[in-house]
Design a protein around this ligand. Structure first.
Ligand SMILES: Nc1ncnc2c1ncn2[C@@H]1O[C@H](COP(=O)(O)OP(=O)(O)OP(=O)(O)O)[C@@H](O)[C@H]1O
Ligand SMILES: [Mg+2]
Length: 253
């Protein structure tokens, strides 16, 4: 840092200054996000996130690592509009989530974001293809020409499940179920895929191939990926890794 470095005021570019600099607007930006939970009635809220700021560009892949209980799922829930910060902002595609009505947040969760969790959460009584199409059911426009069903079949083919379209999830292996969950998360062409320990219930080799699949789909579908993982080898497959520790998020060196 030069002699002037420490004297620079903290400066956050606005949409206008970014345009003037022709820097791309990030897909996602967190500004000084704080999250505190109140554990028992009357107790002071416990801060889990103590001022988290970072940005993700469109199409990027980012890993988030950190000890158990450090707040990784908390962070992903805030990014996914499943919870709200105690302070600070979550800005997706230039819009502060705090300013949006619930109906728009629901649309964002369904169309702009995709979620994959440790457990697949597939509907046991629906076939693989039906499960993949669940997120399309909330879209009011009809599936003209069967485009969504065709995309479901195409994506399921890409993950090696062409022969399992009509199977129930109970007949699939753990790795196959997670591949279905990934396809379901991508069916509406989201801009950002949020994956919280998606390999947590898989063996090492199956976990590695699932993360390889995320990398391939990131490239082919141009979807940005935020992957939470305990495994350094899996995190290393992402473009960069951030570590959550003591409520702060820092680049892992
Ligand atoms: N709804 C909640 N109410 C109160 N405390 C919560 C709530 N959700 C999470 N916490 C607490 O916040 C802290 C962070 O939890 P979080 O689930 O985000 O951690 P994590 O990094 O995802 O951990 P893991 O690696 O085990 O999944 C923990 O101490 C947890 O007990
Ligand atoms: Mg977690």
């Amino acid at each position: 840092m030069g002699p002037m470095g420490s004297m620079q005021p903290k400066w956050v570019p606005t949409r206008e200054t970014r345009t003037a600099m022709s820097a791309p607007e990030p897909l996602l930006e967190l500004r000084d996000v704080v999250k505190a939970y109140t554990s028992t009635a009357g107790a002071d809220p416990m801060p889990v996130l103590r001022g988290v700021s970072f940005a993700v560009q469109a199409g990027e892949t980012v890993a988030i690592v950190g000890p158990s209980g450090s707040g990784k799922s908390t962070l992903l829930n805030l990014i996914g509009a499943l919870d709200t910060p105690s302070a600070g902002s979550v800005i997706l595609a230039g819009r502060d989530l705090a300013g949006l009505p619930e109906a728009e947040l629901a649309r964002i969760r369904n169309c702009d974001l995709g979620f994959v969790f440790q457990l697949h959460h597939l509907l046991p009584q629906c076939t693989v293809q039906e499960n993949v199409l669940v997120p399309t059911l909330a879209i009011s426009t009809p599936d003209a020409g069967g485009e969504r069903a065709a995309r479901a079949r195409q994506l399921l083919g890409r993950v090696g499940l062409t022969n399992r379209l009509d199977d129930l999830p109970g007949r699939l292996s753990g790795g196959e179920r997670q591949r279905v969950a990934v396809v379901r998360a991508l069916i509406n062409r989201p801009k950002l895929l949020l994956a919280d320990e998606p390999t947590g219930s898989l063996d090492q080799d199956t976990a590695a191939s699932l993360v390889d699949l995320l990398v391939t789909l990131n490239r082919d579908e141009k979807v940005a990926v935020i992957l939470v993982s305990h495994a350094p080898a899996l995190a290393a497959r992402m473009g960069r890794t951030l570590q959550l520790r003591n409520g702060k998020l820092e680049p892992l060196i």
